[in-house]
Ligand binder design. Structure first.
Ligand SMILES: Nc1ncnc2c1ncn2[C@@H]1O[C@H](COP(=O)(O)OP(=O)(O)OP(=O)(O)O)[C@@H](O)[C@H]1O
Length: 228
């Protein structure tokens, strides 16, 4: 069974002649451990799709099953808890807490959930992302690429069913972007972590197992899996 299943997903904004069909019938499934990249021009619906997958917003029609759970059958309260446990987010802005050090930032979502920190796993993730020497630093003392690596570690630390990344390299220079994307690919392989990532950059999409192209809210193309 796929870890993520999306069925005939639609999201319309507005009504009547002003309706914007941001998503107009997306059907897609993702297997556990896959690294899927979503590409498409500005306004094609990428962010809207990612928001639906993570339960940040509700669709007009259609279903999203994550780890077998029909996420939009949940009420807001249940969905919030489910999202905290099952989805890791990485955004263009790193969203680190400035007064917490790197380690504290990484384990914060686990502690907010009242769960036990799997120190062995967290330390492995920290090591794999090259952050071992930085665990006691405040975000202020890190480069942009290092800050984004902390955000990736934080997303992975809860062992979510899926990590969703929306333009994670949007604030980084091209060399650092490349490094961060290679690390994301490595995380997906090393920890069998399912990742769905949006990017504008067609070149970097080559690191993915699969590329999905969105146009006008529908899937316009899919590439076969590469590199696996
Ligand atoms: N809250 C909203 N209200 C009305 N229209 C919206 C809203 N959010 C998005 N849209 C519209 O839906 C369409 C898809 O937007 P979306 O942000 O998903 O595109 P995108 O592919 O992520 O674009 P970009 O690459 O520029 O971030 C656009 O036409 C956008 O203007």
């Amino acid at each position: 069974m796929p870890i993520l299943q999306i069925e005939a997903l639609k999201k319309y904004y507005g009504k009547g002649e002003h309706v914007v069909k941001a998503l107009d019938g997306i059907t897609l499934s993702v297997e556990k451990g896959e690294f899927v990249v979503i590409v498409g021009t500005s306004g094609s619906g990428k962010s809207t799709l990612l928001h639906m997958l993570g339960g940040l917003d509700r669709p007009t029609e259609g279903k999203v099953y994550l780890d077998g759970n029909d996420i939009f059958s949940m009420n807001d309260e249940k969905l919030t808890i489910f999202r905290r446990r099952s989805v890791g987010f990485v955004f263009q802005s790193f969203n680190l807490i400035p007064i917490l050090n790197v380690y504290e930032n990484i384990v914060l979502p686990i502690e907010l959930d009242g769960a036990r920190v799997d120190k062995g796993y967290v330390n492995k993730v920290i090591g794999a992302l090259g952050l071992k020497e930085k665990v006691n630093n405040l975000p202020l003392n890190l480069s942009g690429g290092q800050q984004q690596r902390v955000a990736i570690a934080r997303a992975l630390a809860t062992k979510p069913s899926i990590v969703l990344a929306d333009e994670p390299t949007g604030n980084l220079d091209s060399k650092t972007s490349q490094e961060v994307l290679i690390l994301m690919k490595q995380m997906s392989e090393q920890f069998n972590q399912t990742i769905v990532m949006i990017t504008h950059n067609e070149e970097i999409s080559q690191t993915a197992d699969r590329v999905i192209r969105i146009e006008d809210g529908t899937i316009a193309g899919r590439s076969a899996a590469v590199g696996r």
